[in-house]
Design a protein around this ligand. Structure first.
Ligand SMILES: NC(=O)c1ccc[n+]([C@@H]2O[C@H](COP(=O)([O-])OP(=O)(O)OC[C@H]3O[C@@H](n4cnc5c(N)ncnc54)[C@H](OP(=O)(O)O)[C@@H]3O)[C@@H](O)[C@H]2O)c1
Length: 248
């Protein structure tokens, strides 16, 4: 089987590549270093030649300041569905964020872009599975909410229910190889935690003693529980302690 992984060098995508390689899948690793730009579409149609499924775990960066994130993400998704159609790729597994449709996020540009991406893939006519997840433990270092300084770490006060990127990759790989038939596939982790606490525990586990300072989130809803998983989400481990132990 031949499967393309978009975002093959990313936090989720690199893990998907490892899992598919272990299953003896022929993996097409899609990233800019391999000559594919999702935003311009350069190299994409050729990269999908002979592919039976695409896992889109990308996070398309704007090429420069003249384009905003939303434009880059939605352009990339339009290019992906067009390329899949042109190469008659039968399946697309698309990674997204759980809860972006909550009206509390109507003013949050990145989540508006995620909504539009989901709507593009769902209306594409392809056989699509959207895998939507809560934040990952690895979000504890994400520049969207965490800033590292020499003498401190500033972390926005998000209330999250994190799942491990390894677990997300397991689900993405499985859905590309043998679809569950569920759509969307909604997954979360077992524990609720405030992001500053998650960042502090991660830092300490790695021997980093810098103080962690809590700062206001970009939107009040981020700290108020709007990111927590709904009942329908599947809860998958590991728990926080086990994840921290895996870092050591
Ligand atoms: N982090 C979380 O907690 C979380 C939770 C739920 C869902 N998600 C979603 O998961 C997805 C992946 O996130 P991530 O944190 O794994 O991403 P990431 O680590 O930032 O990786 C982004 C990937 O996209 C590729 N990429 C960026 N711009 C590109 C372009 N113009 N053309 C081709 N490839 C490009 C990068 O490749 P190169 O730079 O090597 O080209 C890289 O492989 C995102 O859609 C995000 O919204 C994240």
């Amino acid at each position: 089987m031949r499967i393309a992984v978009l975002g093959a060098t990313g936090t989720a995508g690199s893990r998907v590549v490892r899992r598919l390689n272990a299953e003896n899948v022929s993996v097409v690793a899609v990233c800019r270093a391999n000559g594919v730009d999702l935003v311009t579409g350069e190299g994409l149609v050729d990269a999908l030649s002979g592919v039976e499924a695409v896992v889109d775990a990308s996070n398309a960066f704007p090429p420069d300041d003249s384009m905003d994130w939303g434009e880059a993400l939605t352009r990339a998704t339009r290019n992906v569905v067009d390329a899949c159609a042109r190469q008659r790729v039968p399946r697309l597994v698309f990674l997204s964020i759980l809860g972006v449709e909550d009206p509390a996020f109507d003013e949050f540009p990145y989540y508006l872009a995620k909504r539009e991406q989901e709507s593009i893939v769902s209306g594409s006519g392809l056989d699509v599975t959207v895998v939507e997840t809560t934040q990952w433990y690895e979000f504890a270092t994400n520049p969207a909410a965490v800033t590292f300084y020499d003498d401190r770490i500033e972390v926005q006060d998000w209330l999250v229910q994190p799942v491990a990127a390894d677990t997300v990759a397991d689900v993405l790989a499985r859905e590309s190889l043998s679809p569950s038939g569920e759509n969307p596939v909604s997954i979360t982790g077992p524990e609720k935690v405030r992001l500053p606490e998650l960042a502090r525990r991660r830092s300490r586990a790695l021997g980093d003693e810098r103080p962690v300072h809590t700062v206001e989130p970009y939107l009040p809803a981020l700290s108020g529980g709007a990111l927590l998983a709904p009942e329908k989400a599947r809860t998958l481990g590991p728990g926080l302690e086990e994840w921290l132990a895996s870092l050591r």
